[in-house]
Design a protein around this ligand. Structure first.
Ligand code: PMV
Length: 345
């Protein structure tokens, strides 16, 4: 009798749903090896307003019928995403054997426009993996972070509030397998703003995975690994004591290094646009003129993230409206802030 009622329960479809945010790297992950392990440690800030909402309805089926039954993105069936997720799920069956007997109907949507030029894989994959971890009844963030890493490296940092570190480092107790939260920061780093200035919403010409691969034979690889370790150590020290100036200089050094590595890969590629450089110049001029702590970072694309503490919000917003907005595509700036990570719905 007991067995029978259990069977009925597992055969009934259930639904799990999570939102999970994007993150912006402060020290960048660039280059990987083996099963999606990073060549160097990285630290990111979890965002708040840019997130993916993912719901998975699942039921137990025979092995022949297991897999992704449907994949809906923004209310429409999406075969391209479905194929990508199916491939990913097949690749993690060793980490989640119950996938061999589950049928999944997945629905996702983003809080930000699809073609806003914002990397959506971190939010999309972490939201998906938070759902998978809940289905596996393994609700510790370590497992969700590890699954996310296997889906898209940087996604493993999105499952934590505030800041997360991923990758073995000489100075912090972190690992290549999953990210860990970083909480030893000064009060002024608890309410950071990130104004995402959209220079181009077009799909980028070179994918991150191509860029990562080009690091394998990069002439500067050894120097880069040393630099990233050094920058991580310095940025943590700056965040601990609230030293925005040192923090900002490392932030900008990391952003420009990332793009310099792309420009010096073989073959080389350039993702920055003229407007990206104009925005960088405007930020540096404003900083020189006002001495306010406002700094930029850049992802693998042309858009510029402008970070500043809550204490200068008024001045920063005025500057953004007046000087930066006219340099953005259709005047688009997404005002985001530091966030608390995934939310169960
Ligand atoms: O997670 P991926 O494979 O999309 O790589 C992301 C790499 C950067 O965004 C450029 C840096 C980072 O650490 O997030």
């Amino acid at each position: 009798m007991k067995t029978l009622s259990l069977k009925v329960l597992t055969a009934m479809p259930s639904t799990v749903r999570f939102t999970s945010p994007s993150n912006i790297a402060l020290v960048k992950y660039w280059g990987k090896f083996g099963r999606q392990f990073p060549m160097n440690p990285s630290i990111s800030m979890t965002l708040n307003n840019c997130y993916t909402d993912c719901a998975i309805t699942y039921s137990e089926v025979s092995e022949n019928n297991a897999g992704v039954n449907s994949f809906e993105f923004e209310g429409e069936q999406n075969e391209k995403f479905k194929a990508r997720i199916e491939k990913f799920l097949s690749s993690i069956k060793d980490k989640m054997p119950m996938l061999n007997s589950l049928s999944l109907d997945i629905k996702t949507s983003n809080s930000f426009p699809h073609s806003a030029g914002i990397a959506s894989s971190a939010s999309a994959m972490s939201a998906l993996c938070m759902c998978l971890a809940a289905i596996a009844e393994n609700t510790g963030t370590k497992y969700a972070s590890e699954l996310s890493r296997l889906a898209s490296g940087s996604a493993c940092r999105s499952v934590f509030p505030h800041y997360a570190i991923w990758g073995e480092s000489k100075d912090f107790d972190s690992t290549n397998y999953f990210a860990v939260p970083y909480a030893d920061f000064n009060e002024s780093f608890s309410s950071v703003h990130d104004a995402i200035c959209i220079v181009s919403s077009a799909e980028k010409e070179v994918s991150s995975s191509v860029g990562h691969d080009l690091m394998n034979d990069h002439p500067f690889i050894e120097a880069r690994i040393d630099q990233a370790n050094d920058n991580l150590k310095k940025i943590l020290a700056a965040m601990k004591i609230g030293d925005w100036k040192s923090f900002g200089l490392i932030l900008e050094n990391e952003a420009l290094t990332l793009h310099a590595l792309m420009m010096t890969s073989n073959p080389s590629f350039i993702l920055l646009k003229g407007r990206s450089l104009e925005i960088i110049e405007a930020i540096r001029k404003f900083r020189n003129d006002t001495d306010l702590p406002i700094y930029f970072t850049i992802d693998a694309g042309p858009n510029i993230h402008i970070l500043y503490p809550d204490s200068i919000k008024l001045e920063a917003v005025m500057f953004l409206e007046e000087k930066i907005k006219p340099l953005c595509e259709n005047g688009k700036i997404i005002h985001d802030t530091i966030g608390l990570g995934p939310v169960k719905k």
